[in-house]
Design a protein around this ligand. Structure first.
Ligand code: 23J
Ligand code: MN
Length: 260
């Protein structure tokens, strides 16, 4: 049976019956990086240096050296990223079960709310209203918060740092408590620079998406784009992070399979 299913998937991929949507932002030196106030240590931006470009340094080849913080651009948050997830032996980039890296996704469209209020906070009510329309969030599914925030191409507008911290949408403590306690999700994904609300440093507990999701062994995806090209249910995400030894996360390519 599963061989037949895969054969059908192969035909659909070849014929365009399954569309592959790229949910990844291009990685460049101007890719925005999360800003945390001193004395908190900063994360390095993406750097790229040419090794050779079909020249005297390497006559027939082009390649680069790259470096960056693990949490740069479109990236994966592993459970051990947060202190609440530190004891998951299978919570590192190199120990996560591969089975969790291909999973269904649901998309909660908050684009109108985020356009009206750049500090829009997702509540459990929004999730249950979504479920009343689209059905219960399936076990093992990613929950993705669409805000159209990725359409902010200017890095300053994307980070939207103000005197009282970043103004960007994200989930409430109660929304995270609901998804972690009442549903069996694979993880939580967003379009903003991090999985938490811009003001989440002031929430109780602080950074609930990180604190509660990773505390429950769940995964995170940040700086996603093209969520407006996904259906509310039915997409399948392919999200393998780099297999960094003892890694807390990594930049990655996120692909969605979508039925046409
Ligand atoms: C470290 C501290 C706070 C936050 C983050 C990292 C992230 O958003 C991240 O990329 O994991 S909020
Ligand atoms: Mn991160």
């Amino acid at each position: 049976m599963s061989n037949e299913l895969l054969a059908q998937v192969a035909v659909a991929l070849a014929s365009g019956g399954i569309r592959v949507v790229d949910l990844t932002q291009t990685l460049s030196p101007s890719t925005p990086v999360i800003g945390l106030p001193p004395p908190i240590a900063p994360s390095n931006a993406f750097r790229i240096e040419e090794i050779s470009h079909y020249d005297e340094r390497g006559p027939a080849w082009y390649w680069n050296n790259i470096s960056m913080g693990e949490h740069t651009g479109t990236h994966f948050d592993a459970p051990v990223h947060w202190v609440t997830g530190k004891d998951y032996a299978d919570g590192y980039t190199d120990t996560l079960p591969a089975q969790r890296l291909v999973a269904p996704a649901v998309v909660i469209d908050c684009s109108k709310e985020a356009a009206a209020d750049e500090r829009f906070t997702l509540q459990p009510d929004h999730i249950t209203a979504w479920e009343a329309k689209h059905g219960r969030i399936p076990d093992g599914a990613w929950v993705l918060m669409r805000t159209d925030w990725s359409k902010r191409s200017d890095p300053d507008a994307f980070l939207n740092m103000k005197e009282d911290g970043p103004h960007s949408p994200g989930p409430s403590v109660e929304a995270m408590r609901f998804l972690v306690g009442q549903r069996n999700v694979n993880g939580w994904g967003v379009e903003c620079v991090g999985t938490d609300h811009g003001q989440a440093f002031m929430f109780e507990p602080p950074f609930p998406a990180h604190n509660m999701m990773h505390g429950a062994g769940k995964l995170g995806l940040a700086s996603l784009t093209n969520l407006d090209q996904l259906p509310p249910t039915g997409a399948i995400l392919i999200t393998p992070p780099l297999k960094i030894e003892n890694g807390s996360g990594s930049p990655l390519r996120v692909l969605a399979l979508v039925g046409v």
